[in-house]
Design a protein around this ligand. Structure first.
Ligand code: EPU
Length: 336
């Protein structure tokens, strides 16, 4: 187990904020997770559990304990080869690459999403019409209060758009150790979202292989989303708001061709990136914090920004979107 005092978190957040924490605990096995749980039970300090730090905005030094999983391993179930058992500290995209290499299908559209396996199960990561909840069968975790291991079915995790019980009533109660994903044995590509088909056509691919689809998704993402190694960011900064159908209809009448996704008979999701773009924020900056020039949903650190500068920009954007559309948008990123 790693147990380090006064630890720099620069390598643990893709926004590239140089904050420190009082103590850093990292577990690499279930037993170590149980040791971490025992420490957390005894301490009076606050704690946060982080994954790859790709959804995290640090606004100050953290006067508490930061917990991180380093449990490795991606393996196929001994008899069900399309079932993958993955350590919570593995990188999510390595899981997708493994799937494509081992004829396990259904994860291609989730290629290149930054972050760890554990976080995939907390955040219900999603992209291009697929959410990870469609693949998760079980989540294993150590309960901090008891040190006992628990296994949750996908249903028990209560998934919805970018939500799970781990983010709500179970927040800070479990240390995720392992996630099991059920992939498909036959390749049935999801090509209907956004510009996937256009990209395939551009490349002259009529019927993509899983590898080709993965590559197209990677290309689309790389064209729109900044590389955190070059410019600090946490992917989508805001969640797409879900609004009542009446509200959507009122806006659609006003803004011809407004993009939207139907959630159910009574609700529509409006892309926050589109609204921020309409407010004129795309490519703009406030101090060293900025709005990405190719996707307005992404806030970026233009170099040396503090977390508070990014929060300030977030607030101004929230205010402008509220004023123009009468819709509240909320960060997807965890602000500490
Ligand atoms: N749009 C604009 N201007 C912008 C950005 C978007 O007009 O600056 C429009 C686009 O033209 C499109 C619509 O808004 O019509 C939606 O944009 P996009 O397809 O890029 O997706 P998104 O809704 O902005 C969501 C996810 C992304 C994911 C993409 C693709 C959330 C919060 N974000 O973004 O996830 O990659 O769909 O599936 O749901 C992430 O979570 O970090 C992330 C990148």
């Amino acid at each position: 187990m790693k147990d380090i005092k006064d630890y720099h978190l620069l390598q643990h957040n893709t926004f590239g904020i140089d904050a420190r924490c009082h103590r850093f605990l990292e577990y690499a096995t279930v037993e170590e997770a149980q040791q971490v749980a025992a420490i957390l039970r005894e301490t009076s300090l606050p704690y946060i559990i982080i994954g790859g730090g790709s959804n995290l905005l640090l606004t100050k030094d953290y006067d508490g304990i930061v917990v991180h999983s380093a449990i490795k391993g991606i393996s196929q179930h001994p008899t069900l080869r399309s079932r993958l058992i993955c350590g919570s500290g593995e990188e999510w995209d390595d899981v997708v690459a493994f799937c494509v290499d081992h004829q396990c299908y259904g994860a291609e559209n989730l290629s290149l999403i930054p972050g760890d396996v554990g976080a995939s199960a907390v955040q219900n990561i999603g992209a291009y019409g697929v959410e990870v909840k469609d693949l998760i069968t079980e989540v294993e975790a150590v309960e901090i209060a008891t040190g006992k291991t628990r296994v949750f079915s996908c249903e028990e995790c209560g998934y919805s758009y970018r939500q799970s019980r781990f983010k709500k009533e179970w927040k800070n109660r479990y240390l995720i150790t392992q996630v099991t994903y059920q992939l498909q044995t036959t390749f049935e590509p999801h090509l209907d979202y956004g510009n996937i088909r256009t990209e395939l056509e551009r490349k002259g691919i009529a019927q993509p292989t899983a590898q080709q689809l993965r590559q197209v998704i990677i290309d689309i993402r790389q064209a729109k989303l900044p590389d955190p190694k070059v410019m600090g960011n946490a992917g989508s900064f805001f969640m797409n708001p879900i609004v009542a159908k009446e509200k959507y209809e009122q806006l659609a009448a006003q803004y011809e061709g407004m993009p939207h996704y139907t959630v159910d008979a009574d609700h529509e999701k409006i892309p926050a990136g589109w609204m921020i773009d309409q407010c004129g924020w795309k490519g703009k900056s406030m101090g060293r914090a900025g709005v990405h020039d190719k996707q307005a949903l992404v806030l970026v650190n233009r170099g040396g920004a503090t977390g508070l500068e990014i929060v300030e920009l977030c607030k101004v954007i929230q205010r402008d979107v509220k004023e123009k559309f009468d819709i509240e948008i909320f960060p997807e990123v965890n602000i500490i």
